[in-house]
Design a protein around this ligand. Sequence first.
Ligand code: SF4
Ligand code: SF4
Length: 450
Amino acid sequence: MSSQRQPENCPPGGGRSGASSPAAGPGAPGWPRSLQILVKPSGSACNLRCDYCFYLDKSRLYPDVAAAAMRMDPRVHESFVDQLMDGQLPGAGVTISWQGGEPTLMGLDFFRRAVRYARERAPTGAPVGFTLQTNGTLLDAEWCRFLRDEQVLVGLSVDGPPELHDTYRRDARGRGTFARVARAAELLKEHEVDVNALCSVHAANAEHPREVYAFLRDDLGMDWIQFIPIVERVNDDGSTLLQQGSRVTGRSVSPNSWGAFLLAVFDDWLQTDVERVHVSIFESAFASWVGVPALMCVFAETCGEAPVLEHNGDLYACDHFVEPDHLLGTITETPLRELVASDQQRRFGAAKRDALPRVCRECDVRFACNGECPKNRFVPAPDGEPGLNYLCEGYAAFFRGIDAPMRLMARLYRAGRAPAEVMRLLPPGFSVTPSDDGADAAAPHREPPP
Ligand code: SF4
Ligand code: SF4
């Protein structure tokens, strides 16, 4: 099983977006091990106004630039590509990931030029991949032909069936966007574009896990799915611009609902879909159970390898920390290599591990969770220590709940068998959702080496 196909880096555009597609292969000395740079060619500009979008407000970081003018100069993109290619070891593959805002606002010509340049600039024999995270509403047949011909992996943001999707994903006139997104999904499929779904989980759809999963899988025909929890921290001024504050908006998913959502989807996935439908969080968990590094940055021990490139060449520590305090520099002034390997970025990455509260350090599912993303660590632990993840209760329930099937899949994998065999080996009626009598699952553990 592998989640390497996700177009998101870590959470959105979420994450995004996400997720999990290396923007660069193994780097030259001084270059982070698995660098994933998200490029925002149109900055925070978007044609929609989704209520929970964490990126629209980033326009406030560039008060002198109108949304319509927030467009990356192709020469900045080319400078980025040059520097990215120069950082690679000979022959190593490169993936360029575009996100927003809404990157399709740039128009097709920007991407045609970008793809052509990257392919020309790539060292001989080095594969170049492209991913695009989009709300889908601007896609047409011409876009789809381009995406298919250039083998761009597309992540489509969709939150479930119409009434659930339209609750928060709306346009500037307040109209739901479902019909336009469903049309995009159809067009992409019709043109055989490689596509996966990015589904944000929030107050409106969290109580409908099975319905959402079945819809994405059956109605939209998605076999690669990424679920992202919406956690919006309310700042002192009432905005959600910075990762500050310990209150969350009413749109945010509750810890308990997040855990229950994942467990219910896992239950359905375990019946028929293992190795057939790729759910990034399940595959990342599987990696943890077999003892290899987590596939999603949020579950890695440290972070700092997923910076964001803004429209003007500014590089920030991470998609979720596009804030003045986390600006690393500008790639047209300071070499990309220096910025990604800077002390500032190293400290940012190591802080994820070093700031873990004791309850996480001693937690039985730390090997899979690692305290999740620092952006969500803003509640006190039971012993009063600050910095516990807001979603802790949900993650603890999820990772403990899936222990038995994960151990079995890990054993199968180590024996050279297909993890999908788990579907016929588990007893009939097996479920990871808590029983009504509240019985606890056995304490999880990583499979011992063979
Ligand atoms: S802060 Fe770290 S864990 Fe969170 S999204 Fe960014 S890179 Fe991933
Ligand atoms: S489940 Fe909770 S206590 Fe355990 S590592 Fe994750 S956030 Fe920390």
